[in-house]
Design a protein around this ligand. Structure first.
Ligand code: FPP
Length: 254
């Protein structure tokens, strides 16, 4: 966990690049407050960082990007801030659809969207439908998502299948369980990034991040630009992922 280290420029080769990057975009409010602006100015500025991070993923050939846009706990925020986040989400989807198509981005929204305003739900479904054939980057927006929610909804699905006789309890293994989660046809995240200085997973991808490399930076999300992203990728490229094996075993298999 080498946050904000002054890492040198090393060339990134394909094998050292993450396939799937997941990000907790934290620090919008503090960014705005530091400028004497209302919190919503930070969220608006955060949209620009979303755009530049997507562009960087495409430039580097990263295949899956998952962004934590709204957690199940964010409902505790003031109503005005929640409404602003919903509006931002809706207007971004409207504005960015063309760009998603031209960049071949497949949009997916993961989480319980049934709690969102009807208009937003419709827009989400239409954008997912319109982009479902795109193959360059899978962009997953986690909205009203929680890692525990995802595990519970998977457990419920499997319990229903067991009750109806479609499966027996012994059928349930890691593969079967993973398929029942809401993120089930992309590889688990290789790299998790959290901006804003906190060093927590905060109920994000709990099931899926068992072997994910964690990277924390104090940069606030609106300040997270291409150089910050590159720093995270460089840091990742220096990690040795062992998946339970020893370093010597890995070197012998190289
Ligand atoms: C955390 O910062 C950020 C959020 C809860 C919302 C993230 C939303 C965006 C970046 C904009 C819309 C997103 C999309 C995908 C179009 P915070 O408010 O917790 O910041 P703080 O910790 O400084 O208070």
């Amino acid at each position: 966990m080498n946050s904000d280290a002054d890492v040198g420029e090393i060339p990134l080769v394909a094998g050292q690049l993450p396939v799937h990057v997941a990000i907790i975009m934290d620090g919008n409010g503090r960014w705005a407050e530091a400028r004497g602006e209302p919190r919503h100015a930070g969220h608006r500025a955060g949209v620009a960082s979303v755009r530049s991070t997507i562009e960087e993923c495409i430039r580097h050939g990263i295949q899956v990007l998952t962004l934590f846009a709204f957690s199940s706990e964010n409902w505790r925020r003031p109503k005005a801030e929640i409404n602003l986040l919903m509006d931002l989400f809706l207007s971004s989807l409207q504005r960015e659809l063309k760009r998603m198509q031209s960049n071949e981005i497949q949009l997916r929204v993961v989480g319980d969207i049934s709690a969102f305003p009807e208009k937003l739900q419709k827009r989400i479904r239409a954008s997912e439908q319109a982009t479902c054939g795109n193959r360059r980057l899978v962009l997953q927006i986690a909205a009203n998502y929680g890692g525990r929610w995802d595990i519970i909804q998977a457990a419920r699905k499997l319990a229903v299948a067991a009750r109806s006789g479609d499966i027996v309890p012994e059928d349930i293994d890691e593969k079967v369980f993973a398929r029942a989660t809401s993120i089930n046809d992309v590889p688990d995240p290789d790299l998790f990034i959290r901006t804003g200085g906190e060093r927590r997973i905060s109920n994000f991808l709990l099931w899926h991040s068992a072997y994910t490399e964690l990277y924390f930076t104090s940069a606030l999300w609106p300040d997270f630009d291409a150089a910050e992203f590159r720093r995270a990728l460089d840091d990742y490229a220096r990690r040795q992922r062992r998946f339970g094996q020893t370093g010597a075993q890995l070197e012998a298999s190289d």
